[in-house]
Design a protein around this ligand. Structure first.
Ligand code: TRP
Length: 329
């Protein structure tokens, strides 16, 4: 059983791309490893959310992950801010993180470019907090995408630096866990590229059936095939790709044949696709609503998650303090 840690952004509803990508990974990992999944609500403060929004986002994200199959009996799911030990390790690691290297981080430079009016110190030290999240449980694997690779590289560097500085072999160096090409990439409905929250092309698990129908009917298509057995254009291929994961194989085959014979009506394809997406998302949406309404259940999940996470975190902090030289009189 390897230790796995992953932080979940506290904003952002799950869309179909997340569901068939990262979420499938999580579900597989929770069966095979000792997993710590947490909602990164300290990191969330870099953007200064209103208290009501912060609280609401945390609940929503937690409900969505539980509804999608994260099992609190298998994985430890917790709220980052329920484990204050991480803030102590963050403080300690900050002493050995150099301003120069933090300023060179790609994500930080991007923030400067995009939000020059809010370059707070929390943004600068974001990678240190993330490193603390990970090494506080001595994780071996961190399931993250490409955009987090540099942060993980820094995590390894901070772990290594600590070990060198104190001449110990204490923190393991975690690596990214990537099912890579096995992952299904769900395209967006706007003709090109993958589904993403910021791209505005997503279908969310929490969308109502009406919203889903409206979005799918608006999906980009083309003027229709002009010759027999013509290769579908990218927008059409994208719709077929989504169909491949949500629909019955015979449905996909039916529409592919209609395309090959130039008899396809994109309206029919979209109608069918919308209904098949709804078939997948509806039960999850209902479950999200149910979980959100069940406050005692949510409270129980985060309480027991926090207990387990704190047990692991407080052991690390105790040992780190000892290594650093904070010793009983
Ligand atoms: N930075 C990650 C993201 O933006 C979230 C995160 C915070 C994280 N702490 C983490 C991911 C620890 C993995 C491990 O998605």
């Amino acid at each position: 059983m390897d230790i796995v840690v992953s932080g979940i952004r506290s904003t952002g509803n799950l869309h179909l791309g997340n569901y068939y990508g990262a979420m499938k990974n999580f579900l597989r990992m929770q069966d095979e490893n000792r997993c710590f999944f947490f909602i990164a609500d300290y990191h969330a403060l870099t953007t200064h959310p209103k208290p009501m929004d912060l609280a609401g986002n945390i609940r929503q994200v937690l409900a969505e992950y539980l509804a999608s199959g994260i099992d609190p009996e298998k994985a430890t799911i917790f709220i980052q801010s329920d484990v204050p030990e991480v803030s102590e390790l963050y403080l300690l690691l900050n002493m050995n993180a150099y301003v120069g290297e933090l300023e060179r981080t790609a994500s930080f430079k991007e923030k400067i470019r995009k939000h020059p009016d809010n370059i707070n110190a929390g943004l600068l030290t974001y990678p240190v907090l993330m490193a603390a999240d990970i090494i506080i449980h001595k994780a071996k694997y961190v399931p993250v995408g490409k955009d987090q690779e540099q942060h993980l590289e820094m995590t390894r560097r901070f772990a290594r630096r600590f070990n060198m500085m104190y001449e110990v072999d204490y923190f393991p160096e975690p690596s990214a866990y990537n099912f890579g090409q096995q992952l299904v990439k769900i395209p967006g409905l706007d003709g090109s590229g993958k589904m993403g929250k910021s791209e505005g092309n997503g279908i969310f698990l929490f969308d109502t059936p009406e919203e889903i129908r409206k979005k799918v009917m608006k999906a980009v298509t083309d003027a229709g095939p002009r010759s027999l057995n013509e290769e579908p254009s990218e927008p059409i291929k994208n719709l077929f790709t989504i169909m491949e994961v949500v629909s019955d194989p015979s449905t996909l085959q039916y529409f592919k044949e209609k395309h090959a014979t130039c008899e396809i009506r994109y309206g029919d394809l979209k109608k069918q696709l919308a209904e098949d997406i709804i078939k997948v998302t509806s039960p999850i949406r209902e479950r999200i609503v149910e979980i959100l309404a069940d406050k005692p259940y949510m409270a129980k999940v985060v309480k027991s998650g926090a207990e387990r996470a704190r047990e692991s975190a407080s052991r690390t902090v105790r040992e780190v303090r000892e290594i650093i030289g904070y010793r009983p009189f």
